[in-house]
Design a protein around this ligand. Structure first.
Ligand SMILES: [Zn+2]
Length: 330
């Protein structure tokens, strides 16, 4: 993201944060939280602040005091009673060993004499065995111990986990609020561009901010310009040299959003289109038959599913294959 932001940089999270902290101030907080979020809506800053407040030993209000020994240890990433569990690099799941290693530590006395906090990131990646091991601990937790499980709202966890946790969905701001927030950071974009960047990211402001970074946005504009040029001649093949294998999934997402916009345009539902800054391209795509648009959509989405689920695919070959087949769609 380039620079670190504080919770106060996300005005839409201030009230939700206070709501979540209020029961803690009244000493009647749940000890296990399940936070779902839209990626890029400020979730990391939100949870970090929440964890810091749970560990703070002097604050009386909703904010951590920033001064006590606990807050200082937290600020330098060295709090002995704060545990983060996440999927390790080059792994696809959070295993039972990671959960066991964490639980063996939390049954010891808290080192700072206060609360203990465990944050399990991308909790849906826990294997069933890991989730069950965690459940045992959540059901009979050590004293003064808080669990925060977090994940993307599209991922699902075991129902038993849901039933043991206090569930909370991090809200995202209304589109016009986000557009105004982005405009303060990127004044040179127009409202249609800002709205498109948001709609391409489920309205999550930070994810839109990342897409609007100059290089990334330029890539998207270039991709759209190339499509505009090649579509009249059905010359998908010439897209090959513009698509890098590592960026293929992103291009698929962009193209599929354009195709779904074309379907909306055909059904006179143009006010719902996502790519508001690419209306001529959407109109051009919408000149095709409904069945052609759907075939293209299925073809590209299918490639995305394979990229996510099949390991060791030759991505270059996949790109050539998808482009060659796109030309055959009738
Ligand atoms: Zn403090």
């Amino acid at each position: 993201m380039g620079y670190v932001m504080q919770l106060t940089d996300y005005p839409w999270l201030v009230t939700p944060y206070q709501q979540l902290v209020a029961p803690i101030l009244q000493q009647r907080a749940h000890h296990a939280f399940l936070l779902n979020y839209v990626p890029g809506s400020g979730e990391d800053a939100f949870i970090t602040q929440f964890a810091k407040r749970l560990l703070c030993q002097q604050a009386t209000g909703s904010e951590p005091c920033q001064k006590c020994h606990s807050c200082q240890l937290f600020a330098v990433d060295n709090h002995p009673d704060y545990y983060q569990v996440s999927c390790e690099k080059n792994k696809h799941a959070i295993g039972i060993d990671q959960i066991r290693s964490m639980t063996s530590k939390i049954y010891e006395k808290s080192q700072q004499g206060g609360n203990k906090v465990i944050w399990i990131k991308q909790a849906a990646l826990m294997t069933e065995a890991a989730a069950n091991a965690l459940l045992k601990t959540v059901e009979e937790p050590p004293t003064n111990t808080y669990f925060i499980l977090s994940d993307d709202h599209n991922h699902t966890l075991l129902p038993t986990i849901h039933s043991r946790c206090f569930g909370y969905f991090l809200p995202i701001p209304a589109l016009d609020v986000s557009v105004a927030w982005l405009k303060e950071r990127y004044p040179h974009y127009n409202d249609n561009e800002l709205a498109s960047a948001l709609l391409l990211n489920e309205n999550a402001p930070l994810a839109a901010l990342a897409l609007l970074a100059v290089d990334k946005w330029q890539q998207r504009k270039q991709f759209c310009a190339t499509l505009l040029a090649i579509l009249p001649n059905n010359d998908y093949w010439s897209l090959a040299k513009t698509i890098d294998a590592e960026q293929f999934i992103e291009r698929i997402n962009w193209f599929c959003s354009l195709l779904s916009d074309a379907l909306k345009a055909k059904q006179k539902a143009g006010r719902f289109i996502i790519n508001r800054d690419e209306v001529p391209l959407v109109r051009l795509l919408a000149r095709q038959q409904m069945s052609q648009i759907i075939q293209l959509y299925d073809l590209w989405c299918d490639a995305r599913d394979k990229l996510f689920t099949v390991t060791g695919l030759n991505k270059e070959l996949m790109i050539y294959n998808v482009l060659a087949q796109s030309e055959l769609v009738k």
